[in-house]
Design a binder for this molecule. Structure first.
Ligand SMILES: [Zn+2]
Length: 174
């Protein structure tokens, strides 16, 4: 295991780079089928190595999870009108219940009822940074949110950390 430093939060620029890696790797490996267990293990190892190396290039230490299940708390989801999700083995962030309906996971089956294959849906989980970083720099994150780095949506982070679309934006057009 590579040595790493604890991560407090990710910058939007890092999230964006991660999205790019996930997307590039999904499209690269999606079309590769495996007919034997040996081929399957080989593909999994290649995917894992590539994910770890690509993320190391942007300074992040990651794990690749091949088996995971995400549950949805039916009660809280109904109450809030949003999907309240948590990982298997953890508890609902809202009510603390361990009970939930299956929401997503890996391996997973196809949406096509005639397709009986199982599909891997690997998750890339950030566990740390390769370099020791000083305190999480909120000014840098605010700057990145303002410039809409992650979603192309410029805005402001309020003091409580929530996001507000850029109020100054209208000034550009008047
Ligand atoms: Zn709940």
């Amino acid at each position: 295991m590579t040595e790493y430093h604890e991560i407090k939060d990710l910058y939007d620029s890092e999230r964006k780079a991660l999205q790019g890696i996930r997307f590039a790797m999904a499209s690269k490996y999606m079309t590769k089928g495996a007919t034997t267990e040996l081929q399957e293990d080989d593909l999994k190892r290649k995917f894992t190595d590539e994910a770890i190396n690509r993320c190391a290039e942007i300074g992040l230490v990651v794990d690749v999870l091949w088996y995971w299940t995400q549950l949805r708390c039916a009660v809280c989801s109904f109450k809030t009108g949003k999907d309240i999700l948590f990982n298997e083995g953890e508890s609902c962030p809202s009510c603390g219940s361990h009970e939930g309906d299956w929401h997503a996971g890996s391996p997973d089956c196809s949406d096509d009822p005639t397709d009986n294959n199982l599909y891997w849906n690997p998750r890339i989980v950030v566990v740390g940074r390769t370099e020791k970083m000083q305190e999480y720099d909120h000014d840098q994150q605010k700057h990145e949110v303002r410039s809409g780095l992650l979603d192309g949506k410029a805005g402001e982070i309020r003091e409580d950390g929530s996001f507000r679309e850029d109020a100054k934006k209208k000034n550009f057009f008047t």
